[in-house]
Design a protein around this ligand. Sequence first.
Ligand code: HEC
Ligand code: HEC
Ligand code: HEC
Ligand code: HEC
Length: 391
Amino acid sequence: MNGKTLSRLAVLLGLGVLVASCDIDRPPVETIQRGFRGDGQVQVNNPRVYAAAFAEQQIPDSAPPADPDGPRAKDVFENVQVLGDLSTTQMVRVMVSMAAWVTGGEGCSYCHVIENPALDVKYPKVVARRMLQMVRYINSHWTDHVAQTGVTCYTCHRGNPVPKNLWFANPASTPSATFTGWHEQQNSTLPSYVQPGKLLPSAALGALPVDPFSMYLQGSENIRVQALNALPMNGMGASIQQTEWTYSLMTIMSKSLGVNCNYCHNTQSLQSWKESSPTRATAWYGIRMVRSLNNNFEASIDRVLPPNRHGPMGDNPKIYCATCHNGVFKPLYGISMLKDFPELKGDPEQVQDYLTWKTPQPPPADYLKAQAEAQAQAAQAVPAVAPAAAQ
Ligand code: HEC
Ligand code: HEC
Ligand code: HEC
Ligand code: HEC
């Protein structure tokens, strides 16, 4: 092998590594015109990616509708605080569906002590009550985003106790003690905590900060970076960091929905609303909705979640676009499960009360006493220390 062949091989190998490490879609890909001809608003779709995503968006069969007449759940059962306005058959139908949507196959006992379902002693039941409030709030207050399509528990949970796409505060996004200032894991391949154990798609091998979430999807920093004038006018424009964080957020939004930037923007001017498509306005409401869900609902369940559900910084799990969207432009491709579950739409007035959460009741004293007695008995049955061997 001569030197020339060797250097050719090296070039080929280099190219191979480059291609393998880039997020390139193998042809053929489809393009769809989304704006006026010639304005460049084209979506690039990869049919293989869509086929895989489609397989993940199948919805389970709904239980047949329940009779809305008959006694109210709150008059029959002991401890029904949210679903009390439903008939008992409607309430039990919601229970059966929740067992299929969020327990990973465990069923009623994931939330209930079967002997007495009125007890609030298992934390998933307490969280589920808060989730019922959240879902009713989304479906009646945020129709500017979710329209009449709405959401159910299945939209985020897909059968699992913990939704697949969540985010946590990132240990890297703190001002570093060194001279390099903020360290945002840029250009790094370290795992991000957005999806525990997985690389964050946008930040993996990219040069964007890994955590735009805290600022924009929990905090309400302005998402405005483009200057409206050719030359600097009064004072400074947006900083480079703000711009990077904005682009990081936008990349994550695009990935969450499986779309390009021009699904919402005309890239001639990313700022101009006049030239943007109506989906951008839907996304604008989406950003506000996510902030509200994280601050009013997710933050409150923190009180009852066990430590193993927290992130590396000890914070509670939080929602972003992919929590519902799971990689497609409308969750479940826009098929509405809510139309089969009118029980999950709240009265718009009543849901305002859900924004604050009363501290959950501690488990009843007689239950705690019985638990302590059972534990004491178990301790007596098995001696803690092995008896000394006979001399
Ligand atoms: C994901 C958690 C979860 C699952 C799974 C679940 N439940 Fe429930 N259940 C709740 C919550 C929360 C309430 C209280 C609702 C409220 O306050 O409006 C409740 C209330 C009840 C009550 C009323 C108890 C009382 O007297 O106050 C009954 C009965 C019940 N569930 C039965 C079931 C059955 C049967 C199943 C299985 C098919 C089931 N539940 C599955 C969370 C769950
Ligand atoms: C917008 C997304 C979303 C929707 C809709 C949603 N949840 Fe959740 N749920 C979450 C997130 C985020 C968590 C926190 C994950 C964790 O516990 O680690 C969570 C946690 C839970 C948990 C605790 C599970 C555990 O093992 O820690 C239960 C139970 C639950 N949800 C039930 C429900 C029920 C019942 C509904 C429908 C009434 C529902 N959720 C709707 C996002 C959602
Ligand atoms: C799903 C819709 C959507 C997608 C996809 C999207 N954006 Fe955005 N973008 C928005 C919305 C909404 C805002 C305004 C946010 C606000 O004001 O809260 C925005 C704002 C911006 C801004 C700030 C504009 C200003 O006024 O200074 C820039 C820059 C931007 N987007 C770039 C991008 C880029 C680059 C991509 C692709 C990587 C992208 N966007 C993908 C919806 C989207
Ligand atoms: C609570 C669940 C949920 C969350 C979280 C969520 N969305 Fe949505 N989104 C929906 C639903 C449901 C629809 C379908 C509404 C309809 O049928 O018109 C939708 C529709 C959209 C659309 C319109 C798509 C189209 O083709 O018309 C855009 C754009 C969008 N979402 C962007 C976002 C962005 C960006 C975020 C994060 C900032 C986000 N969504 C977070 C539930 C959610």
